[in-house]
Design a protein around this ligand. Structure first.
Ligand code: TRP
Length: 468
């Protein structure tokens, strides 16, 4: 192996790694997306399927990504190429790594805009907009709706919030892995967790906890559609930050002697617990106020503020709530920028600061596509056919429904069938039965499960349904 392509960064401890990877995993996916897709797909049964997907597909693929990154000790494309060569295969497998970095790059271009919404809402809640709107119940919903509508249709506002958030992300990444990433997650993750538990308790007191609990945990399979199963699997990928370059990069920074299996399980559990607590924080409020659980993407930004406005200390808890979302989004955004910045640093031999700035600015330029899509500007409304009718929809579709499942499929095949089994075994360092179990998941269960999602997301199943 060519040593000058290797990364020299290492996490300072197992704890730092778990915290950073959990920071990447826990994000808008957990707090914004999970509650509303659970609501749209029937509650308990959906939660159950999602848990199975995390356990049997998500965890093994996370382990595979980390092992590839660690074995290659370089950024994703190089890491995959080195590991492939080591196992006597073509270095063209590096496409898996490149796809991941590309997915991460595109995800950040829209993720940062939504993170910007969360930042804006910290100010809306903090300045008492929610309770002011609630003063007149007759117009409450309309005023809150306009608040959101004005934000997403205003180019200057979207630009300002996106730019501020991106600048903060660039700043952290320019400080390096230890000085920037680790420091940020060391403060933000515990704060996030405390906020989340605090809001859940508040919501249990002022909301309808029992209704929320039975909505989330009463399993009624008659409410689950095949579509719901596919959404659950896709979400398992997104929420664990799989197939977007990041877990390979984080694996490359893993110190020797850390158990990949144990830490992957810990990260997945932490991510899942946060998603469930987020549900238990949001749904009691939704039910107590007669809001629609299936309100869709607007649940967080349009429905909840209506409720906060009329609740005791609603402005205060509303502010904390959006700070929590901002922290969650921010720790994911820095992970996403790390993947692109590490790539520039290693491949283009740029300094850390230059790599962070260039990657950040280029992604910021791409984020304009989402900003102008949301604001309805003509040039961003391009018809991408089944991928959507504007740039934002297309990037979302391309990453979540194409690049991530395809990447996950290739990763499981690569780790299960291409990598030398004794290398994988040595790196996993598991008891024989445990290793066998992981390999069965990687070789059969994960690829077949993903093929199933993928077939649906590109419309193959619809096509088959129509033609039979
Ligand atoms: N897991 C993040 C969330 O739930 C989203 C995400 C997808 C991500 N891929 C990523 C975050 C890569 C960081 C790195 O919001």
């Amino acid at each position: 192996m060519n040593s000058d392509t290797h990364v020299s960064n290492r996490w300072s401890s197992r704890y730092a790694y778990v915290l950073a990877a959990t920071g990447a995993a826990v994000g808008l996916g957990n707090i914004w997306k999970f509650p509303y897709i659970m609501g749209e797909n029937g509650g308990g049964a959906f939660v159950f399927v999602y848990l199975l997907c995390v356990l049997f597909i998500g965890i093994p693929i996370m382990m595979a990504e980390v092992v590839i990154g660690k074995r290659g000790r370089s950024t994703p494309a190089n890491a995959v190429a080195l590991v492939a060569k080591e196992s006597g295969h073509s270095s063209h497998w590096s496409i898996i790594g490149s796809m991941g970095v590309l997915a991460g790059f595109l995800i950040l271009s829209f993720y940062i805009v939504i993170a910007g919404w969360a930042a804006a809402y910290v100010f809306y809640a903090g300045s008492g907009e929610f309770s002011a709107a609630a003063a007149d119940p007759a117009t409450n919903a309309e005023v809150i709706g306009n608040l959101f509508g004005d934000l997403v249709s205003s180019i200057p506002k979207l630009l300002a919030w996106t730019t501020i958030t991106m600048a903060a992300v660039i700043y952290v990444i320019s400080k390096g892995v230890k000085g920037g990433l680790e420091t940020a997650v060391t403060y933000l993750m515990p704060a996030l967790f405390i906020l989340l538990v605090g809001i859940m308790l508040y919501s249990a007191v002022v909301g309808d906890f029992a209704a929320a609990f039975s909505f989330m945990f009463d399993i009624d399979f008659s409410k689950l559609t095949i579509e719901g199963v596919l959404v659950a699997l896709g979400h398992a990928f997104f929420t664990l930050s799989l197939a977007s370059g990041v877990m390979m990069v984080y694996g490359a920074y893993l110190p020797e002697g850390v158990s990949i299996a144990k830490t992957s399980i810990m990260i997945a559990i932490a991510d899942t617990v946060v998603a469930l607590i987020a549900g238990l924080a949001i749904y009691p409020i939704v039910f107590a106020h007669g809001l629609e659980p299936s309100a869709g993407p607007g649940l967080l930004f349009q429905s909840l503020p209506i409720a906060f406005g009329s609740m005791p200390m609603g402005d205060f808890f509303g502010t904390l709530f959006f700070i929590m979302i901002l922290f969650a989004a921010f720790t994911s955004a820095i992970a996403l920028l790390e993947a692109s910045a590490a790539y520039l640093e290693e491949r283009q031999k740029l300094s850390r600061v230059k790599a962070a700035i260039i990657a950040g600015v280029v992604i910021w330029i791409f984020s304009l596509g989402t900003v102008f899509s949301l604001a309805g500007t003509e040039w961003a409304q391009i018809n991408f056919g089944f991928m959507g009718d504007n740039i934002f929809a297309m990037f979302d579709y391309l990453t979540t429904n194409i690049l991530m499942p395809l990447g996950g499929l290739l990763i499981s095949i690569f780790a299960g069938w291409v990598m030398k089994s004794d290398v994988v075994k040595k790196e996993f360092n598991l008891a024989q039965w445990q290793f066998t179990l992981v390999m069965v998941l990687l070789r059969y269960i994960a690829p077949l499960g993903i093929l199933f999602v993928f077939a649906n997301s590109v419309g193959i199943l619809d096509f088959i349904k129509q033609s039979t």
